[in-house]
Design a protein around this ligand. Structure first.
Ligand code: DHB
Length: 314
């Protein structure tokens, strides 16, 4: 019998595939087509204190092997989440990770404090890296001291798993991973989207209303793997790998470079059952290889560090 589970701060996740924030709503829109109980967990769309309409259209553009978005943290707000979305999520047999976004340190604290009073939330993922808002977002996530400060403040407010979601739009993501580990985070998730742009040559205009947006999908997978590998060299806390995972083999790549678990995002827009299929594919891969615990794959990449360019500056 293959062991698929992993544990974060005493909370057991039944398998290593979660769905990424913003790609699965609040879990209720797909209940007729996906057995969500076969996921390791669901990361909710980012929650802010007040509801947000998000950015004006156009907010999503397809690009080669990728998706460019500028949603602008559209969400129902934490109060409506508790009243209208959490009752359904509580009925599920999978872990519920509330993703929080905010435009001030105090707002992060207020949202988390309110959620702490509710049953049914298994942990938090903190979005310090939305590329599509003017306040907070990337201005927090690209500032290592600020990222650390947010982590310290939130750590003091909860005993539940605290995951900090890191942006790749920095020079050395390992510095950020180390800073949040020092501040008491239980895990890091990476990577969030990469700042990108698409242009309509006929109109001579950017395709997105906000000019730039966040790039996701297979186009960013090699970059995501390199960032996870880099972070894995310096932290002891688990890393949740994200970035263009479409297949079980993609997920295994992330485990090998050091991720304990993964999140599936853009693939959900093609097939909302992608996460459950990837979890099943990982089981089959492991069984074919005679692996008894998926943990055996974590960081099991064979590399010659003498030839590693990364290790020359790490
Ligand atoms: C949003 C978009 C992203 O690509 C992201 O990583 C986080 C948030 C958004 O616009 O809501």
């Amino acid at each position: 019998m293959l062991k698929e589970s992993f544990i974060l701060r005493g909370v057991e996740f039944k398998n290593r595939v979660l769905v990424a924030s913003g790609t699965f709503g609040y879990g209720n829109e797909v209940k007729e087509v996906v057995d969500v109980n076969r996921l390791g967990g669901i990361c909710t769309k980012s929650l802010s204190w007040k509801p947000r309409d998000g950015n004006p259209p156009r907010r999503i553009v397809e690009t080669p092997s990728g998706m460019l978005n500028s949603i602008g943290l559209a969400n129902v707000g934490v109060h409506a989440f508790i009243k209208e979305k959490l009752p359904y999520l509580r009925t599920l047999d999978t872990r519920i990770i509330a993703n929080i976004a905010a435009s001030s340190v105090q707002e992060y604290c207020d949202v988390l404090t309110l959620l702490e009073q509710e049953e049914g939330i298994d942990g938090y993922e903190i979005n310090v890296s939305c590329p599509n808002v003017k306040e907070g977002g990337l201005s927090f996530g690209t500032d290592c001291a600020m990222t650390k400060q947010i982590t310290l403040r939130l750590r003091a407010l909860t005993e539940k798993p605290l995951i900090i979601k890191l942006t790749p739009n920095v020079t050395h993501i390992s510095e950020f991973a180390r800073a949040v580990e020092d501040a008491g985070a239980d895990a890091v998730s990476l990577i969030n989207t990469v700042v990108g742009m698409a242009v309509d040559v006929h109109k001579r205009k950017p395709k997105l209303s906000t000019v730039t947006g966040g790039l996701s999908g297979p186009a960013i997978k090699p970059m995501a793997l390199a960032k996870v590998y880099e972070a894995a060299q310096v932290v002891n806390i688990p890393i949740i790998g994200i970035g263009g995972i479409m297949t079980a083999e993609d997920a295994i790549e992330f485990l090998l470079v050091g991720a304990t678990a993964v999140q599936v995002g853009t693939a959900n827009f093609i097939d909302p059952a992608a996460g459950t299929k990837i979890a099943e594919g990982m089981r089959q891969f492991a069984e074919r290889q005679g692996i008894t615990d998926l943990e055996q794959l974590v960081g099991a990449l064979e590399t010659n560090k003498d030839f590693s360019v990364l290790h020359s500056w790490l």
